[in-house]
Ligand binder design. Structure first.
Ligand code: IMP
Ligand code: MG
Length: 186
């Protein structure tokens, strides 16, 4: 049987812990943005699972929109060069924008997004991320809502991929070393 579970060496954050934390984040965001026009901007594709859970714990009216970026580099390392593959459908002018990210690693992607969205004059702009690999930061960025700080390990699941696979794992896991060793994937 070809399951993806067999490739997982370690579960770093289990399903229950994620659910509990995402619920807390939703409650906090609902309280903080009460009475404002909130727009969630999710960064494809890694953040879609987090977005779908988070938005169902946000009890105030809000809109969602998507952006896709690519960063050139090795599969598990990003470079400083970021490109927009898909832009937002809706204007952010006069909206309170909350960027929804799966993980902040070097900070390159986020710094770039903040810069280009800021130029469009939103009322405010903040960041919510499920995971933060703080020790990997090379570009300083302010992250307002953090689900979990994690160590410097490459993780998959709950939206995060390795070579576009493993996004459907319901938890955050670390793959067996031989999976990475099998070379470039995707
Ligand atoms: P940054 O620009 O270096 O902060 O990288 C952010 C992007 O790199 C994330 O949105 C992910 O797509 C990817 N990334 C960084 N670390 C991981 C990881 O541990 N697993 C899966 N993707 C990752
Ligand atoms: Mg991403």
């Amino acid at each position: 049987m070809n399951t993806i579970e067999k490739d997982v060496a370690e579960i770093l954050i289990d399903q229950e812990s994620i659910a509990k934390r995402v619920e807390e984040m939703g409650a906090q965001i609902s309280a903080d943005y009460e009475g404002t026009e909130l727009m969630l901007v999710a960064v494809l594709k890694g953040s879609v699972v987090f977005l779908s859970d988070l938005m169902r714990h946000i009890t105030i009216p809000h809109t969602i929109d998507f952006m896709a970026t690519s960063s050139y580099g090795h599969v598990t390392e990003s470079t400083g060069v970021v490109k927009i593959l898909k832009d937002l459908d809706m204007p952010v002018t006069d909206k309170h924008v909350l960027i929804v990210e799966d993980i902040i690693d070097t900070g390159n992607t986020l710094a770039y997004l903040l810069r280009i969205l800021q130029e469009r004059n939103p009322k405010s702009i903040r960041v919510a991320t499920l995971l933060d690999k703080k020790e990997r930061r090379t570009v300083p960025v302010v992250v307002d809502y953090v689900g979990f700080e994690i160590p410097n390990k490459f993780v998959v699941g709950y939206g995060l991929d390795f070579g576009e696979i493993y996004r459907n794992l319901p938890y955050i896991g670390v793959l067996k070393p031989e999976i990475y060793a099998s070379g470039l994937s995707g």
